[in-house]
Design a protein around this ligand. Sequence first.
Ligand code: FDM
Ligand code: MG
Length: 214
Amino acid sequence: MARGKLILIEGLDRTGKSTQTEKLVKSLGDNALLVKFPERSTQIGGLIDQYLTNPEFLLPDQAIHLLFSANRWEIAESMKRSLLKGQHVVMDRYVYSGVAYSAAKDTKGMDLNWCLQPDKGLLKPDLTLFLTNSDSELRQGFGEERYECTDFQDKVRGQFAAIFDTLEDPDYKSKHIKFLDTTHKTIEEVHQLVRAVTSDYIQGHADVNEFIYF
Ligand code: FDM
Ligand code: MG
């Protein structure tokens, strides 16, 4: 039986990732599963949730980085089992967020390469849809969590660009990563785009069964 595809929707805060992952999973029907990172319901996820929501819960930048990665490793095996059963797995954030948000802190020694190391060996997405949006109203109205402010988001944007321009393998990038500009588009218009790109990919790669790894 053909394995399912690992599909990732990535981007900055407020670019519509959660809305679009939910709509994509629904449109793929019974055969798809939604996984959101960080997955806050596990033990490690509980620590991450406290770090994000409580400004007094302090951890060294290296430690919280490793917890975000450990949170992916916690779920890695069950994701692989679902894929092997033929289910598609749609993720809301994954390794690229892990690397970009940590590297944006400018902590000594925590460059892109350092940040990627703990995720080495995780499954690599078959298809990444990177959502960008330059609607100016998105620059306001962030929530209350750590990282949700314009200055930090600008730094994260720079790190995402550096990942895709310098860290990621150009051949992998051209085959497996699509950039979708959602500026001035409605939720439904973006969904139709996301759906079209995803169905094309799934149909075009139906017989590819080997996995790719970071
Ligand atoms: N985030 C998310 C990280 O810093 N590292 C990671 O590995 C992941 C998966 O957590 F600010 C950040 C990104 C965001 C915050 O994510 C919570 P959601 O998607 O807004 O819940
Ligand atoms: Mg958020």
